[in-house]
Design a protein around this ligand. Structure first.
Ligand SMILES: *Cc1c(COP(=O)(O)O)cnc(C)c1O
Length: 395
């Protein structure tokens, strides 16, 4: 999955364009920037790739989520349904907005189960934030239908799923807004960076303003002449980061080709292994193929196979024990002051995160192992990997 595996002269050229001018700021400096607007170019390209009407870059995927939540009008006291299997950033972003994360169950897509949203919906529910985990899609059409019926905002965390789609439509474009991450280990990297896509001019304008202290960017060359319709913060991306990402974005088709080819080779070799089954993909053709996730029949067997894989030189994430990706260890965030405390005070019935048990999600995650699909594998690497996998299943 990581775009850093295929860094080359293209990234250097884009960065040198910026360094040659000395203008690292994405706005202004018309006289000295020699026509280089890397962030702006990246945004146009991201809009083209996803088919979204508007696109805005931020300093990280987390910043993109915080910005999108603010721009969608989600804030103090609102409940936001999120999955328990994600990266902790989704949870953090909701809390930063002063809103209350409420966990729904996941299904064998490893993403939010649309059939279990009703169970956690309350009169305070404002939004659903599904996370398209490990490069592929939730049952996003059904989640969207639920949101539309209930009048809830749909905001997609597609941070791990750039290049993935459902029935030909890019993930991140099904709701009011969608977020991507371009951090150091994502499919396309800026070093640090994030992006928001939306079809709403209003949401885009608010994102643009919120991520730059409320600047409306309508004052012309003199930044001091901008108006500030809203309060915001600094979630701006630098031109240097955007430049790296711009070169990377051009490589997305190549990245997807390699991932899909490598994943297929491994998956084909695994189909007959005893007890193995694979993550359910609502649209296999839209999988970005950055991960291969599979299930074992029991928790004990999954732990054993995960241990065998590590012993045979190919460690694979067993997410159930992971404290960044699964809800089991996140109750500590409640102890923070600031927005988390606010969320606590505003909630009549804040989920008791410490004692929370999501039985259906646990039952799935206890049996799940994921393998990251790398771009740099040679045919020999893949063959060796397959041998190690077969061996791990025998033991
Ligand atoms: C990486 C990631 C984020 C946050 O992105 P950063 O750029 O690291 O801040 C948010 N959600 C998910 C699901 C992620 O994987």
């Amino acid at each position: 999955m990581p775009g850093f595996e295929i860094f080359g002269d293209e990234e250097k050229k884009e960065v040198m364009d910026v360094l040659d001018t000395g203008v690292l700021f994405r706005y202004g400096f018309e006289g000295t920037r020699k026509g280089h607007y890397k962030a702006l170019e990246f945004e146009k390209r991201l809009g083209n790739i996803t088919g979204a009407g508007f696109s805005h870059l931020c300093s990280s995927g987390t910043a993109a989520l915080c910005t999108a939540l603010a721009a969608c009008g989600i804030g103090a006291g609102d409940e936001v349904i999120i999955p328990p299997f994600t990266f902790v950033a989704t949870f953090e972003a909701v809390i930063s907005a002063g809103a209350i994360p409420v966990f729904g169950e996941i299904d064998e897509t490893l993403c939010l189960n649309p059939d279990r949203l009703e169970a956690v919906c309350t009169p305070r529910t404002k939004a659903v934030v599904p996370v398209h985990m490990c490069g592929a899609m939730a049952r996003i059409d059904e989640i969207k239908k639920f949101c539309d019926q209930k009048g809830l905002i749909l905001l997609e965390d597609a941070c791990q799923s750039l290049g993935a789609s459902f029935q030909g439509k890019a993930l991140g474009t099904f709701g009011l807004a969608g977020c991507f991450s371009f951090d150091a280990v994502k499919t396309v990297t800026c070093g640090e960076g994030g992006g928001i896509v939306t079809d709403s001019r209003g949401v885009y304008d608010l994102c643009d303003q919120f991520s730059d202290h409320g600047h409306d960017h309508l004052g012309g060359p003199d930044r001091g002449a901008d108006d500030h319709p809203i309060i915001g913060t600094n979630y701006r991306i630098s031109e240097l980061n955007a430049a790296v990402g711009l070169a990377q974005l051009n490589k997305l088709p190549l990245i997807l080709d390699i991932q899909r080819k490598n994943k297929k080779a491994i998956k084909d070799a695994m189909t007959d292994l005893p007890g193995v089954s694979f993550r359910y993909l609502p649209d296999p053709f839209g999988d970005s193929a950055s991960f291969l996730s599979f299930f074992l029949p029991t928790q004990e067997r999954a732990r054993q196979v995960a241990a065998n894989l590590a012993a045979n030189g190919i460690p694979c994430p067993y997410w159930y024990d992971n404290n960044w990706h699964y809800y089991k260890k996140w109750h500590h965030l409640k102890q923070l002051k600031g927005p988390a405390r606010l969320a606590l005070e505003l909630a009549d019935n804040l989920p008791d995160y410490k004692n929370l048990v999501l039985e259906e999600s646990d039952a799935i995650m206890k049996r799940t192992i994921s393998m990251q699909i790398m771009l740099s594998w040679s045919q020999t690497d893949i063959d060796r990997r397959i041998q190690a996998i077969v061996k791990s299943f025998k033991a």
